[in-house]
Design a protein around this ligand. Structure first.
Ligand code: HSE
Length: 313
């Protein structure tokens, strides 16, 4: 039976894991956005309020707000005649590289789906959320919305038709997300993506991407570590994130098995083995490094997590 209202928690995520630009993403346990929806007889989606981290930068305009666009898409796909009012609480700062717009888009789609008599399937929700992403970044990528909806590590096998696969990463895969205080917009970062690449680089990326997926399935931390290497997108975007390589090195020196640019940045993501290393030490090392350059950082020492869920009916 469908609901008249729902409150949904939608997690942050790290997209572009290693060589998986627009393909790989991993859901984080925290931080998360919270989206509250209520059915209305008036058609359309109305954003009542946006609160929380960086909410001043989030529009109430339902043709541009990622959660509203995604929810509208769900209503359109389901061909229903009712509308929705929505309240958004941001736990994830926009322009962070931690899937802020993806979490809102995923949460908007998932919450709208709770109000349907015949709910849409997961790939349809991810497609709807990708329209939300397009409203904010100009591109319909789904490598944040995918993990935010499905949880775990996700692979976008195909965009047309949308086909997303979830893998459970190893239990002992810890994640540190360090967020220096500067902002990088995905729209700007996408302008840095090269239009064409040498076949040699494509071969490198395919090899590393394939072995990263196998590493995730097998729970092989060594293979995961060896496979996180992107020679196309991260180098092109590095100029947008001051001290990126040195910050990654600081994470590695403190015990991370891999460190890379989270999404379109500026998040510095680090993977570590929770059985061997304390993630707090990695966070502290990256934070100390940036503070040495006069840049403040937020850090999350967390793990991979589950996708959107209803927290209150
Ligand atoms: N794959 C997207 C990009 C993710 O890098 O542009 C944005 O967080």
């Amino acid at each position: 039976m469908s609901l008249d209202r729902a409150t949904v928690r939608s997690p942050s995520s790290i997209a572009n894991v290693g060589p998986g630009f627009d393909v790989f993403g991993i859901a984080l346990n925290e931080p998360y956005d919270t989206i509250e929806v209520r059915k209305t007889s008036e058609p359309g989606v109305h954003v009542e309020s946006v609160s929380g981290m960086g909410s001043y930068a989030v529009t109430l305009d339902n043709t541009k707000n990622t959660a509203a666009v995604a929810a509208s898409q769900v209503l359109r796909m389901a061909k229903v005649d009712f509308g929705i009012t929505m309240k958004i609480n941001k736990g994830i700062r926009p322009a962070s590289g931690m899937g802020s717009s993806g979490a809102s888009a995923a949460g908007g789609a998932y919450a709208a789906n709770q109000l349907l008599d015949r709910p849409l399937d997961m790939n349809s929700l991810i497609l709807a959320a990708s329209y939300g992403e397009e409203a904010s970044s100009g591109s319909r990528h789904a490598d944040n919305a995918g993990p935010a909806l499905m949880g775990g590590f996700t692979i976008i096998r195909s965009y047309e038709p949308m086909d997303v696969i979830r893998i459970d990463p190893p239990r002992n895969l810890g994640i540190v997300a360090t967020l220096p205080e500067f902002a990088v917009s995905t729209r700007d970062a996408r302008k840095k993506v090269p239009k064409s690449v040498p076949i040699h680089d494509v071969i490198h990326q395919i090899g590393h991407a394939s072995s990263l997926a196998v590493g995730m399935v097998r729970g092989d931390m060594g293979l995961i570590a060896r496979s996180i290497n992107d020679i196309i997108i991260e180098p092109a975007r590095a100029p947008l994130v001051p001290h990126l390589k040195e910050a990654e090195r600081a994470a590695m020196n403190a015990g991370a098995i891999a460190s890379f640019l989270g999404g379109s940045g500026p998040c510095i993501a680090a993977f570590y083995d929770t059985d061997k290393v304390n993630g707090v030490d990695i966070a502290a090392a990256v934070q100390r490094f940036y503070e040495g350059h006069g840049v403040e950082c937020f850090c999350w020492v967390t793990s991979w997590g589950e996708g959107c869920r209803v927290v209150n009916k």
